[in-house]
Ligand binder design. Structure first.
Ligand code: GDP
Length: 302
């Protein structure tokens, strides 16, 4: 957690700093509030949440007599935390719900390049370190190197990879992965899917089918949507498309190490009504962390 805070603060605290500087001005005129708004919008907080926050800040700053930096920081921390949703359930469900004779099944979905395969590998590593046996399903049969990349992760972390023929049917690979995972009494099956977004119907057909086929053996316990934090509003558009195809249960925001636009956490949660559960903070095996609203906001305003 300490590490997460340090890593986040390096890239994120320009937002908090900017806001604190603005709110510390002697005269908080309309122009200043517009700048506050711009700062939030630039950080991808989104229009609705930005307006709410500015309204709340205006109210609260008004009743504040003096504005000491500590008071402002405390106030901003409280309001940002409310916006991030401190009480959302961010549990990643890797256990089979209501059954102990089958592995938990996690589908990892998202557009190519967002960090899906890397996230699947990192998550496998966390689970294996936790004493779980993990089977990986390489259902991204579209991108030739994807299965190799996943298998490399599997070898590295100690998880078996189930793969099919190149350009084969993703749903059949996903089905096999769950089947083999069940036969081997594995604890968790993680399925890396293809993220071809060329047409929505194509995606619907493919991803929808993967889910339906997997569900023949039991329910899917978690559907993680991987989003690249650096893509801003484009990421939100993608998120919407995926949410129409499958029921997303959690968001993984990758590449937070490479952007100061942490506000995407707020806008994507608002857009999908689903919590950010994990964040990617680098390319390395240990660079996946649970999303902790308090640590995130602390990093913003420290
Ligand atoms: P996929 O096509 O969605 O499976 O994407 P990949 O897993 O192949 O990742 C695409 C690129 O993003 C790779 O170079 C990864 O190393 C990189 N990447 C993934 N997650 C992160 C992250 O959290 N931070 C950074 N900086 N890079 C990441």
């Amino acid at each position: 957690l300490v590490r997460l805070r340090a890593r986040l603060s390096r890239s994120q605290n320009s937002l908090g700093k900017g806001l604190l500087t603005l709110l510390s001005r002697e005269h908080l005129d309309e122009e200043t509030w517009e700048e506050v708004e711009d700062t939030l919008l630039t950080a991808d907080v989104g229009v609705g949440p930005t307006q709410e926050l500015v309204e709340r800040l205006r109210e609260r700053v008004k009743v504040l007599g003096t504005r000491s930096p500590e008071e402002l920081r405390g106030l901003l921390r409280e309001e940002l935390l409310t916006l991030v949703g401190p009480d959302m359930d961010r549990t990643v469900h890797t256990e089979a719900q209501g059954a102990d004779d089958r592995p938990g099944v996690v589908l990892v979905v998202g557009v190519n390049g967002t960090g899906k395969t890397t996230t699947t590998g990192k998550l496998a590593r966390v689970l294996v370190a936790d004493g779980k046996s993990v089977v990986l399903g390489a259902a991204d049969t579209f991108r030739a190197a994807a299965a190799d990349q996943l298998e490399t992760w599997g070898t590295r972390v100690g998880a078996r990879t189930v793969r099919g023929p190149e350009a084969g049917d993703p749903a059949s690979v996903a089905f096999d992965a769950v089947k083999q995972g069940t036969e081997a009494s594995a604890d968790v099956v993680l399925i890396d899917t293809a993220g071809r977004l060329h047409t929505k119907t194509g995606l619907m057909d493919e991803l929808g089918k993967v889910k339906r086929v997997v569900e023949k053996q039991g329910p899917v316990d978690e559907v993680l949507l991987v989003l690249d934090a650096t893509t801003g509003q484009n990421g939100l558009v993608q998120a919407r498309v995926f949410a129409e195809v499958v029921d997303i249960t959690g968001i993984v925001l990758t590449k937070l190490d490479g952007t100061a636009k942490g506000g995407i956490v707020v806008s994507v949660q608002r857009e999908l009504g689903v919590p950010v559960k994990l964040v990617g903070l680098g390319e390395g095996a240990d660079d996946l962390a649970p999303f902790e609203p308090e640590a995130f906001v602390d990093a913003l305003v420290e």
